[in-house]
Design a binder for this molecule. Structure first.
Ligand code: NAP
Ligand code: ZN
Ligand code: ZN
Length: 348
């Protein structure tokens, strides 16, 4: 027995998303079922749907920034009850046994890997389907609690964009006395600015142009530079402890590595389709590093939500009807998003 719910799905890499129905499993002993109220649109949804990270499993319902209200819980569930405000991020399961899972870093599960909220195969052997839909069933251990002070529409983007930027800022100890640059003021970037500022770091935005400068400064950045201006790279040489790269396209990384202090780190969050080249000298001179970071574990995601509630960090969103999703994708691709589209699931 399953439940039929409405959804928006892609049937191929080249066709628009259209309205359809999908099946959700029955609520098992450890499951939480919830009505989805809002689902954010992450650039990763677009990369995946369009096959930019390899062939996807169609039909595909994207969406891994999901917030809603619990409608049913299984008999063994202890953490949630009907009526609770909850969320789900980028994964809905993992092996629970490997060193990473035991350490609460389920996103790095290596046995064989976390089970994505969509475009993966669940424990039941069926394809997982994401948040552009009206309801979902998820094991309680992969469900987050949304603090009362955060609206469900604003909570949605925190479940991917929020944790993806929070985790590296914590890992590389952004805070009082550190200088952080954020490349790209989009969904991830604008939250990186807010979170780094809330942690006490001095934040600089590196955007393609100065078009969004006023916003960047309002969000908490102290400085804002256009990367189209070659002077930016001479002016800011050797300035930053940490650079968070949220850009979804290929950049000339050696230009940006020159902006790091000795021992500084550039963290890749954006995952462009093609590899990037890095001249060894830009790492060797200055013992600089490039790293990457993948979302965050369940415990850290809850910590991030609680941090956002405490420090009043919420995303800037544009709530849309589901039928607007294909136009929203085009606007994300042309960097015309202020700063996250969120689908109102009641319109699906
Ligand atoms: P987004 O809203 O589209 O933001 C990306 C920003 O990058 C744009 O707003 C733009 O900022 C800048 N940009 C875009 N094209 C560019 C180009 N050709 N050259 C220079 N800058 C460009 O996307 P998002 O949802 O924040 O996601 C960003 C990336 O992170 C995507 O690749 C996504 O798949 C990835 N991601 C990774 C993780 C992870 O766990 N590591 C999690 C979520 C998403 P400006 O207009 O300010 O220049
Ligand atoms: Zn995402
Ligand atoms: Zn594992």
């Amino acid at each position: 027995m399953t439940t039929t719910v409405s959804a928006y799905a892609a049937d191929s890499a080249t066709t628009p998303l259209t309205k359809t129905t999908i099946e959700r499993r029955d609520v098992g002993p450890h499951d939480v079922a919830f009505d989805i109220k809002f689902a954010g649109i992450c650039h990763s949804d677009i990369h995946t749907v369009r096959g930019e990270w390899g062939p996807a499993k169609y039909p595909l319902v994207p969406g891994h920034e999901i917030a809603g209200i619990v409608t049913e819980v299984g008999p063994e569930v202890t953490k949630f009850k009907v009526g609770d405000r909850v969320g789900v991020g980028c994964f809905v399961d993992s092996c629970r046994e490997c060193a990473q899972c035991r350490a609460g870093e389920e996103q790095y599960c290596d046995n064989p890997g976390m089970i994505g909220t969509y475009n993966a195969i669940g424990r039941d052997g069926k394809p997982t389907q994401g948040g552009y839909s009206t309801a979902i069933v998820v094991d309680e251990n992969y469900v987050l609690r949304i603090p009362e002070s955060i609206g469900l529409d604003q909570a949605a983007p925190l479940l991917c964009a929020g944790i993806t930027t929070y985790s590296p800022l914590r890992h590389w100890k952004a805070g009082e006395g550190s200088r952080v640059a954020v490349i790209g003021l989009g969904g991830l970037g604008h939250l990186a600015v807010k979170l780094a500022a809330a942690m006490g770091a001095e934040v600089t935005v590196l955007s393609q142009s100065l078009k969004k400068m006023e916003d960047g400064l309002r969000l908490g950045a102290e400085e804002y530079y256009a990367t189209a201006d070659a002077d930016t790279f001479t002016k800011l040489a050797g300035r930053f402890d940490l650079i968070i790269n949220t850009v979804s396209a290929n950049l000339n990384l050696s230009d940006y590595l020159g902006l790091l202090k000795v021992n500084g780190t550039l963290v890749e969050l954006g995952m462009p389709e093609n590899p990037m080249t890095v001249p060894a000298g830009s790492l060797i001179f200055g013992r600089r590093s490039i790293s990457g970071s993948l979302i965050g574990g369940i415990a850290e995601t809850q910590e991030m939500l609680d941090f956002c509630a405490e420090h009043d960090v919420t995303p800037e969103i544009e709530v849309i009807e589901a039928s607007y999703v294909n136009e929203a994708y085009e606007r994300v691709l042309s960097s015309d998003v202020r700063y996250r589209f969120v689908i109102d699931a009641s319109t699906i």
